[in-house]
Design a protein around this ligand. Structure first.
Ligand code: HEC
Ligand code: HEC
Ligand code: HEC
Ligand code: HEC
Length: 495
């Protein structure tokens, strides 16, 4: 009996929800991130998870999705080496936002990294409108409106934006003082008798708080200052909100017509509970496949001519068998496997810490040249080696702590293939994985002249990879865990 009453209550709630209630989903500070790297377990975030959360919620009532900028790129200026990939990634974000139905955004200082025209293309692709009350566009390709009015079922919401305060070239936009910009917009809000005013602000929490103090009744969805606010900050009857960075969280705010304040608020961690196959996940897979095309095309050859890396542990093995055997048993030696398993082995965001010498002149720039059998015979071996290693394995992302048996199996197969291909190739180079020369510096001269190099392996050499945001800071004690066996008395024993 009780159960029936409960259902009836829910139903009447859902009916009234259709007109008076609205949920605002908000994100900000994505910084070009599409999903967590997987370097640590239980990382949060991911475009596919955001889509899943929104789809689940969309079944119950109206909602509006807003994003307060720094959405498309990781930096205000693109790294030339990675430009092609960054532009593609921004497109993926735009397409995913269209799938989700993101309605409004405002430009952050990183959004114009691809130029004003590219930003407008991204907006068109995403279906979102950029609102900005404090930017007056000078570049004719930049599409902005000072505010927009969104209405449905008698509910009227004005959405405006306050865009980035720094790093905007005067050729692109002229800045109006935020307070003055808001006065103009609020006079419209009054005339139009809107129910709510939402401000997408890229000015940072401090400025947002001042605005909330100056103007009553605002919902300020902030960004830029990297504050993850688990609860909205109430200032009078205005509120300041901000979710976590890098797409890790999605905020949800419920409003009701005629009521000041809000009904409910939640800041959702986008955890693996939201991992379901969905349309955005498919877009992400397409993106990874397209990275492979870019990786193969991009032939700005930084090929290792006079390499200062030996990049061949089999050479070291001749004199350091014990150390070689130890290293070959560690996950460092097979650290490229996890990228291949996620189909991210062409992703320049990942390769650097899972291999040696990526994008430096003495290393490699394309995966196809990450293994060179000899200086003459160039390409194609890395992909083949990994294909063979993974043949028959259909399990997707590889996490050694979740599935240690599978990792061990792949590690062993990898080493079988590596020995076959490289075991007797003294002139070959193999840049995959964490190598001897990551920890022991370049050894090009040492092989000819075995004088001691700088003694001791420093913790700093580890921290080039073991660092946030990808990995946790390293416990200094773990130096012991990876330390190769001692050479022993050199004059009595072969090293
Ligand atoms: C800043 C360096 C760095 C970058 C960049 C990086 N990783 Fe990692 N990754 C690490 C380190 C260090 C570990 C080991 C962490 C540990 O064991 O504490 C790791 C571990 C992993 C693991 C878990 C390995 C296991 O055995 O379970 C996966 C999966 C992974 N990375 C994938 C990626 C992907 C995909 C990318 C690109 C999106 C990436 N990494 C970018 C440093 C990096
Ligand atoms: C031809 C034999 C030979 C080869 C090949 C060789 N080493 Fe050595 N290595 C030695 C000898 C001998 C010593 C001891 C030198 C000393 O104590 O003065 C040594 C010492 C070392 C040490 C400890 C002292 C130091 O310099 O830090 C490291 C680390 C090392 N080698 C790494 C490597 C690596 C990495 C490679 C492959 C790129 C390599 N070695 C290749 C013979 C070799
Ligand atoms: C993740 C880092 C790491 C990697 C990779 C690594 N080593 Fe080591 N290695 C160490 C540490 C730590 C020690 C302990 C001695 C020290 O602190 O210098 C050590 C010790 C050694 C020593 C003995 C030094 C001595 O004083 O007796 C040799 C030789 C050596 N490594 C060679 C190699 C070779 C060859 C490879 C690749 C096949 C390799 N190492 C890969 C970290 C590493
Ligand atoms: C070039 C980047 C890089 C460097 C340098 C590096 N690591 Fe790692 N480390 C990784 C990656 C990537 C993994 C994960 C490999 C995997 O699971 O496939 C890892 C894994 C580990 C693990 C877990 C290994 C296991 O077998 O369980 C430890 C411990 C570790 N690293 C310690 C160190 C220490 C200590 C140093 C410095 C002496 C160091 N690492 C240097 C990238 C690096």
């Amino acid at each position: 009996m009780q159960k029936v009453i409960f259902t009836a209550l829910l139903l009447s709630h859902a009916l009234s929800a259709a007109s008076d209630h609205i949920r605002i989903f908000y994100s900000a500070n994505r910084q070009g991130e599409i999903e967590p790297c997987g370097c640590k377990t239980n990382q949060i975030g991911g475009l596919n998870r955001m889509a899943e959360k929104i789809m689940a919620a969309s079944k119950s009532g109206d909602y509006l999705i807003v994003d307060s900028g720094d959405t498309f790129f990781s930096t205000p200026k693109l790294n030339e080496n990675r430009k092609a990939q960054e532009l593609l990634r921004a497109r993926l974000i735009a397409k995913s936002y269209r799938q989700m139905g993101v309605a409004f955004t405002t430009p952050g200082d990183r959004d114009l990294a691809g130029g004003a025209a590219y930003y407008s293309e991204l907006l068109a692709e995403s279906g979102a409108s950029a609102v900005s009350a404090n930017w007056v566009a000078k570049d004719s390709t930049l599409r902005l409106s000072p505010y927009q009015i969104w209405s449905r079922d008698g509910l009227k919401i004005l959405v405006t934006g306050l865009s980035a305060a720094e790093g905007v070239s005067p050729a692109i936009a002229e800045m109006v003082e935020p307070r003055r910009a808001m006065e103009g917009v609020l006079s419209v809000a009054k005339k139009e008798a809107v129910d709510f005013v939402l401000v997408l602000s890229h000015l940072g929490k401090e400025t947002d708080e001042k605005l909330a103090e100056q103007f009553p009744g605002l919902f300020v969805f902030g960004a830029h200052s990297m504050d993850s606010l688990s609860e909205p900050i109430a200032i009078g009857n205005s509120f300041v909100l901000q979710p976590g960075t890098e797409g890790q969280q999605l905020g949800e705010l419920q409003l009701e017509k005629g009521k000041t304040g809000f009904l409910e608020h939640a800041l959702h961690d986008l955890s693996k509970n939201f991992d379901q196959p969905n349309a955005v996940k498919s877009l992400m897979q397409e993106y990874y496949a397209s990275l492979k095309q870019v990786g193969l095309q991009d032939s700005a050859d930084l090929l290792p001519g006079k390499s200062s890396y030996v990049a061949n542990p089999f050479v070291c093995k001749n004199c350091h068998q014990k150390q070689f055997d130890f290293w070959a048993s560690t996950k460092h030696s097979s650290a490229f496997l996890v990228l291949y398993a996620k189909k991210q082995h062409y992703d320049p965001q990942c390769i650097g810490c899972h291999s040696l010498g990526f994008n430096v002149p003495e290393g490699f720039s394309q995966l196809s040249s990450a293994i060179l059998l000899s200086p003459q015979k160039k390409k194609g071996f890395a992909e083949k080696l990994l294909e063979k290693t993974f043949s028959g394995d259909r399990e997707g992302a590889l996490d050694s702590s979740e599935n240690p048996a599978r990792y061990r199996r792949l590690h062993e197969r990898y080493w079988k293939e590596v020995r076959k291909l490289l075991g007797n190739a003294p002139n070959a180079k193999n840049f995959l994985g964490v190598q001897c020369e990551h920890c022991h510096q370049s050894r090009a001269n040492h092989v000819q002249n075995q004088s001691r190099g700088a003694s001791g392996v420093s913790l700093e050499s580890c921290q080039q990879c073991h660092r946030p945001p990808n990995a946790s800071p390293l416990d200094p004690k773990s130096l012991v865990v990876v330390a190769c066996p001692k050479m022993g008395q050199l004059n009595k024993e072969k090293p």
